[in-house]
Design a protein around this ligand. Sequence first.
Ligand code: C2E
Ligand code: MG
Ligand code: MG
Length: 646
Amino acid sequence: MEKLLYFDYSAFLLELFLICSIVMRKMYSNKVNRFFLILVTVTLFTTAMDIAAVALDRNGEGFVVMKYIFHSLYLFLHVVVAFFYLVYVLLQQDMWYRTTNKLWKIVVLFAPILSVGVITLLNPLTDALFYFDENDAYTRGWLFLSLYIVTLYYSIFIFYRTIHFRKNTDAMRTVSMTLGLFLILAASLVQLMLPHLLMDMFALAMGLLFMFMMVQRPEEVLDPDTGLNNLNSYVSDLRCSSANKKPETIIIIQFTNYAAIRDMLGYNDAVNFKRFLSKVILDNLARDKIRAEVYYIGSGCFRIRMDMRSLDKAELLANYINDYFRKDIRYNELVINLVTVVCVVRMPEDISETTLLRAFENDLTSSAYTGDVLYAADLYQKKKYDLLSSIDIIIDEAISENEFEVYYQPIYSIRQKRFNSAEALLRLKSKKYGFVPPDIFIPAAEKNGAIHKIGDIVMTSVCQFIGSDEFSGLGLDYIEVNLSPVQCMETDFAAHMIEIVKTNHVKPDQLNLEITETAAGEMQNAIANNINALYNAGINFSLDDFGTGYSNMQRIASMPFNIIKLDKTITQIDNNPNLVIVLENVVKMIKSLNMKIVAEGIETKELVERFSEMDCEYIQGYYYSRPLPKKELIAFLNTYNQTANV
Ligand code: C2E
Ligand code: MG
Ligand code: MG
């Protein structure tokens, strides 16, 4: 039967169109995109061979050698396309490394395609694949079916990979890759049954076009200004390599003051400046001939992902980049001073999971700026980022499962020689994660709004304690409760607190509310109104963590604090004579304002004595007691009071 070439011609045009689009849209910036271009090019070449072979069959009497070459190339390349499609899927899932890391895996992957190569090469001698009969007509040989078997073998491989490792890519890609595969398989089957139709190359071209539109979506994976991979590809690539347990080095480059520079430059110049930054990074890679994926993930943040084997190169590169950006940069007559954070992360040694890495990256700018290259190994405390990455869920669960407990740390009055008060400190014991420190959950709760509920839990629990019979015999004048500035911003906060106090029959002077120094320094109207309302209702206030912020003494003096709490960072005066002088004067100044002083974080007898010499009346710290659960506090104070009275 006469072979129909229409499908092949259409396939050829489609593939040509695809190649032009890829090249014109510059979609070869990463290895997956580059490989897709190779795949389409090989397919185009295969189609060309098919057309040439059929043309020779019709009009090429006598050109036996040429006929053999074109038919052989067509048949072999056809299987190569299936093999390359598999490689493309593996690259897409970042699976190449895991599929080739053992000898047997390499054999499983390469043996079939190599066998087809050998069979094709030997075909002129064996006639096993095809031959030309006495009428010079193309005839399939006894091994012809092996081509289909190998294609099927790779298709099953692709199908298995796509489905089994679907978590490595998004759902859209999985569906598209599977559909593309089915399209190709169906066409192959038709081709096997109806050889004269020659429609398999057309179906393949359609499959690739489909992939081009659905999977290779440049606008979703590339940053339009720099042409680098964007946040989407960063997250999905990380997910892949982490699922594959592929060891990698990641260089984090963040320009902390990028937003300010962008605003200063204006839109057009800012885009050019971003391109300039990207060029500096790419030039550094090119100079050292380093193979890596570079990403621009927004807000002045670049990432470089490279193979673990290039760790030494990565460290050198990080230092080059850091040194370059540390100097003043001349850009369009301007001198720009960038604050650059460069950090080297080894995955999975330093950080094992993508979510943890993202939490680490978000937190990176909060660590002190040193100007040197940072190493995640030094910075990363696994537990902390473990917790940070799921802190919202932990807090939600803690609220619904009652996992919060208020502890109390007693405060000693040197003059009265007794524990006159205690500070309520919240503890979170998560069933899943164990103990979660307040330094982690309080800031998170402030961000997600849970602090209001948490504040209520603490206040209610403290008021119930004060209102109970157990409390009256303990000799405590009041309990100190920490307030978050976020709580105090609610307009009806004061009224709400007063209601809890009244319901539990607590006298207002049995409470002392602590506000941190930083919050007091940036006092807004709403906060000040709430504080004044609570103060007018008879509740006293302490200024917490004094010495950690920039004290605005004038403002502090104008607010109704009757206690100043010296933070533990300034009470640790052991070997620092200058600090002692500063502290002595601070204590004098606070006393002259008629405020009481609590020294926090006192761990030794020696320090108790020194503060007592400074006439600092109240002491809080591990020297006397750690924060205790309510029951233990009661036992502790009862025992103390009994022995003190003897
Ligand atoms: P803070 O209010 O300054 O509390 C004092 C912190 O110092 C407590 O840490 C306490 O355990 C610790 N500390 C006490 N004595 C010593 C000592 O001798 N040595 C050392 N190294 N540390 C000592 P904690 O309990 O981890 O609380 C940390 C911060 O979390 C608190 O600092 C407070 O700002 C916040 N916080 C705790 N509970 C609450 C709460 O119920 N609400 C709010 N808004 N914040 C809370
Ligand atoms: Mg406090
Ligand atoms: Mg404090």
